[in-house]
Design a protein. Structure first.
Length: 255
């Protein structure tokens, strides 16, 4: 009986994986690469999970139909973006599809491990003059992402990117996060202003989606990451093991 109990405790110690939730916010000094197209934000969680954010827009090609890098900006409301054909006015300075250029902007989120993008938070929004925004999210489903060379909206979803959903009328908040309502895990995620290429995806906010008139600043993310067990017990588990062993030995002595 004692041997079986010990084997059960050891099995519990060795099984499972570490599952954690991370909250990502963006300090004002987190942009690297200066004020240039192609600059980026690099962050790291205490668990070793890292996040790189870059900005993109469909400003390339003869018909403005291919992605080119954009310039990230940091504001009180969060991450904004200026593409190659717009200025710093409102809503041009946000992740937008409105303003002077009518291009559609998005942020690329690159993690060093496959995560679930659980939720997002906006710090500023614009939708045809209203204080909210229509947001679209996609995840990379392939095994070898090589960038956006000659890629545009017309072939994004045919190049191993999977549409996750639309989130209409997403309102800015200092604390509220919109759930993405997906269990998909990936190293690469896209979050951008809604456009008609995402019209076939579910709208999880059940609002009124409209293309070409949105803008937002991203102020936070929540992710979930399940880390495989290393086989090395944590201190709390070791203490539990010792307590269980002592209890079993006492029971055997008095049995």
């Amino acid at each position: 009986m004692l041997r079986k109990s010990l084997l059960l405790i050891c099995g519990l110690m060795a099984s499972g994986a570490y599952a954690g939730t991370q909250t990502w916010t963006f300090p004002s000094n987190s942009i690297q690469g200066g004020s240039n197209y192609g600059n980026y934000i690099q962050l790291q969680d205490s668990s070793g999970l890292s996040l790189k954010v870059t900005g993109w827009s469909d400003t390339g090609g003869s018909n403005d139909n291919r992605f080119e890098s954009a310039m990230l900006m940091m504001y009180n409301g969060g991450i904004g973006l200026i593409n190659r054909e717009e200025g710093t006015g409102s809503p041009d300075h946000s992740v937008d599809s409105a303003g002077s250029s009518n291009d559609t902007d998005f942020l690329l989120l690159e993690f060093n491990e496959a995560i679930n993008l659980d939720a997002f938070r906006l710090g500023w929004g614009y939708d045809n003059g209203n204080y909210w925004a229509d947001v679209s999210i996609a995840a990379y489903g392939g095994s070898n992402f090589t960038g956006f060379n000659n890629v545009g909206w017309d072939n994004l979803l045919a190049s191993n990117w999977v549409g996750i959903g639309n989130y209409s009328d997403s309102q800015p908040s200092s604390s509220y996060y919109y759930s993405t309502q997906t269990s998909v895990t990936s190293k690469y995620w896209l979050i951008g202003a809604y456009n008609n290429y995402f019209s076939g995806l579910p709208d999880y906010n059940n609002g009124a989606l409209g293309a070409g008139n949105d803008g937002f600043k991203l102020s936070g993310l929540k992710t979930e990451y399940s880390q495989p067990s290393t086989g090395i017990p944590e201190p709390g588990i070791l203490m539990l093991f010792a307590l269980g062993l002592l209890t079993l030995l006492k029971a055997r002595r008095h049995g």
